[in-house]
Design a protein around this ligand. Structure first.
Ligand code: AMP
Length: 222
């Protein structure tokens, strides 16, 4: 079962991807995480991507597709994977579909998380992340027990460079201009399932499980 989690920045794709990883045992492929790792490692790709990411723009389709192609070919993706943050443009979607056809695979489900812009701005600008274990928090909705400190590992929480308010506005504009059109693209493919990304996380998880259970658990196919 191959799943795309779709939605604007801050719609909860990462949070819901973790839930799907746990429940269905398939890997999450987050292009944002892969790019952030390259930035942290200061690879040539990372140095180039950082400027674009800090400005809230999109890294080139070719680069991102190269990362996804390599990751999807790995063995742990053979029975299924969750794409989080990819595709983000029509050319990326076309390339993904061509790649999957080459591999005799397809997209089974696209889950779109719908959240309005004012909520997204408040979610993103209050978001804090643990640089050590990756756990996410929010200064209002999901406070750590001790201000600024990760509950899980005790590291000091940081704000992602691209979660500053100015960059958030640019990221949402980029989503409207380049990514939102993919919704009708996926609808035409007959794989789109839109749900509200607001409300209790458990309710959203429940809706996602109802959709994906119709596709069978990975273990059912093995
Ligand atoms: P995310 O963590 O998914 O919000 O991604 C963070 C940033 O990484 C985005 O704002 C883009 O600059 C870059 N990025 C992530 N995924 C893609 C993609 N599929 N295409 C282009 N740029 C991407």
């Amino acid at each position: 079962m191959n799943v795309v989690l779709f939605g604007p920045p801050g719609s909860g794709k990462g949070t819901q991807a973790h839930f799907i990883v746990e429940r269905y045992g398939m890997p999450q492929i987050s292009t944002g995480d892969m790019l952030r790792s390259a930035v942290k490692a200061k690879t040539a790709l990372g140095v180039m991507a950082k400027t674009v990411m800090d400005a809230g723009g999109l890294v080139s389709d070719d680069i991102v597709l190269g990362l996804v192609r390599e990751r999807i070919s790995q063995e742990d993706c053979a029975s299924g994977f969750i794409l989080d943050g990819f595709p983000r443009t029509i050319p990326q979607a076309n390339s993904l579909i061509a790649l999957l056809v080459e591999m005799d695979k397809k997209i089974d489900f696209v889950i779109s998380l719908d959240v309005d812009n004012s909520e997204l701005i408040s979610r993103l600008s209050g978001r804090r992340t643990c640089p050590s274990c990756g756990k996410g928090f929010h200064i209002i909705y999901d406070k750590p027990e001790h201000d600024g400190v990760c509950d899980s590992c005790g590291a000091l929480l940081v704000q992602r460079d691209d979660d500053s308010e100015g960059t958030v506005i640019s990221r949402l504009a980029v989503y409207d201009q380049q990514t939102s059109a993919l919704k009708s693209y996926f609808m035409d493919l007959g794989v789109l399932h839109s749900i509200s990304g607001t409300g209790p996380i458990a309710d959203i998880q429940h809706q996602i499980a109802s959709i994906l259970d119709a596709g069978g658990r990975i273990s059912d196919h093995s």
